[in-house]
Design a binder for this molecule. Structure first.
Ligand code: UDX
Length: 443
């Protein structure tokens, strides 16, 4: 009986993080109940369809549903009845210009679940929140739960990368749990026992440290990308080559080569919003100067978008008006259909606003892009998108683009000019095929 209960878990919020977590836990043998307030999303998941593109997730969703280990609901009462361990996986988007995180979904999750907790329960947040949030939520949870202090809250940040969400959940590089309660620690350890046995480090911290681990990890990654992009800016004017520079740096294993890829910079639903929310929180805590460097990290990142547009403008003779421009890529990175803060779409729509006819192609993100940017044109293949182009911009490094054949593309464009916004192509190869090739941070 006790054993059966301990294998049950609910996942509150079935967006990118929640759906991935739920399907992976079912795969690991847990009985999982996914909950969302969005009926349509729940219906989609119940029918075995993943509402976004994530390699490998469809299979896990289907097998979880078929095995009867994975179910979905919109009822908090049902969730409270089903399990005594609840994972909060709702989103924390950017609130407004201040950059602060919007906590309305996390607050709502706790406030909706708590009144149904009539047995001792453990609630574990996985969402990315400003430091200090979990302590407030823990107090709110026990105040609202009929079971009072026996409803305990811990915080266990996730480090999923989109496109590798399944892999990162099944084989995480670390598990962090912020709590001072042995019961919470035990519940989280039981959840990841297989991974811990396989050697995944398991760190128990206080709530604040756990919250900080996530935002500081993302701040570090963003800083690393902006660092190399700052070097790209310098390289462009100094006559250096940032690709060779990055390679030379990477052999120092204190520096390492990961996240040292120069180009159009970072976007997506995490890095940009997380560094802004982190700065906003530091401001509230009175330590604004400690994170003021992140403002520069953000600014360097934005400047890469402007620079990409400048290079394309130069290539076509100084003016976009009336020109035909092809943009390859709409997702914020390859292997994803996520277009949140997509550098590619930002560049595409700015160029369109400057008077060009812009046609976009992306292997997965077209539907979302179409909806968000009706001012752009869309094509269903790379060759169709490139037809009559005065300049082609490669802005998301999908394998399909990396492996593009310059000769084939040359047959459909008006002018053989390409801006490689992700340093994804071999310049020698493209130039040998008669293309004028330009990239960020190189001559
Ligand atoms: C990120 C973190 O990696 C993950 O741990 C966290 O949980 C959520 O945020 P994600 O947003 O999925 O994950 O994307 P990631 O792979 O980190 O890439 C972020 C952005 O940085 C992308 O736009 C990517 O194109 C860009 N990037 C990455 C670079 O510009 N250069 C690089 O070298 C690496």
């Amino acid at each position: 009986m006790v054993e059966a209960e301990s294998r049950r878990v609910t996942v509150i919020g079935t967006g990118y993080l929640g759906a991935t977590t739920a399907a992976c836990l079912a795969e690991m043998g847990f009985e999982v109940l996914g909950l969302d307030v969005d009926e349509a999303k729940i219906e989609t998941l119940r029918s075995g369809r993943v509402p976004f593109y994530e390699p490998g997730l469809d299979e896990l969703l289907t097998s979880g549903l078929e095995a009867g280990r994975l179910r979905f609901t919109t009822s908090f009462a049902e969730a409270a009845e089903f399990a005594d361990l609840h994972l909060i996986c709702v989103g924390t988007p950017q609130r407004d210009e201040s950059g602060a995180a919007d906590l309305k979904y996390v607050n709502a999750a706790v406030e909706s679940l708590a009144p149904h907790l009539t047995r001792p329960a453990v609630v574990v947040g996985r969402s990315t929140v400003p430091v200090g949030t979990a302590a407030t939520l823990a107090a709110r949870l026990s105040a609202l739960a009929p079971v009072g202090e026996e409803a305990e809250l811990g915080w266990s940040p996730e480090f999923l990368r989109e496109g590798f969400g399944v892999e990162d959940t099944l084989r995480p590089n670390r598990i962090v749990i912020g709590t001072d309660s042995p019961r919470v620690e035990k519940a989280v350890r039981a959840l990841w026992q297989r991974q811990v046995d396989a050697g995944t480090p398991f760190l128990v911290t206080d709530l604040q440290t756990a919250e900080l681990v996530k935002v500081s990890a993302n701040a570090f990654l963003a800083t690393k990308i902006s660092f190399i992009n700052a070097m790209a800016e310098v390289s462009e004017v100094a006559g250096a080559d940032v690709i060779q520079l990055a390679e030379a740096l990477s052999y120092d294993d204190r520096i390492g080569g990961k996240f040292l890829g120069p180009g159009l910079g970072f976007g997506g639903g995490c890095l940009p919003k997380d560094i802004r929310a982190f700065m906003a929180r530091a401001d509230e805590l009175g330590v604004e100067p400690a994170l003021s460097f992140l403002r520069e990290v953000d600014a360097i990142n934005q400047r890469r978008r402007a620079r990409t547009i400048d290079i394309a403008r130069q290539l076509i003779g100084g003016n976009f008006a009336g020109r035909t421009v092809t943009v390859l890529g709409a997702a914020f990175k390859p292997n994803s259909d996520d277009i949140r803060d997509s550098p590619a779409l930002d560049v595409a729509s700015t160029i369109a606003s400057l008077g060009a006819r812009v046609t976009v192609y992306d292997p997965q993100a077209l539907e979302r892009a179409r909806e968000a940017h009706p001012e752009l044109n869309y094509a269903d293949s790379m060759l169709e998108a490139a037809r009559d182009a005065d300049v082609v911009l490669l802005l998301t490094e999908w394998t399909e683009f990396r492996e593009a054949n310059p000769e084939e593309l040359a047959e459909v464009v008006a002018q053989k000019r390409i801006v490689d916004g992700r340093n994804a192509l071999d310049p020698t190869y493209w130039r040998a095929s008669g293309w004028t090739y330009r990239a960020l941070g190189r001559q």
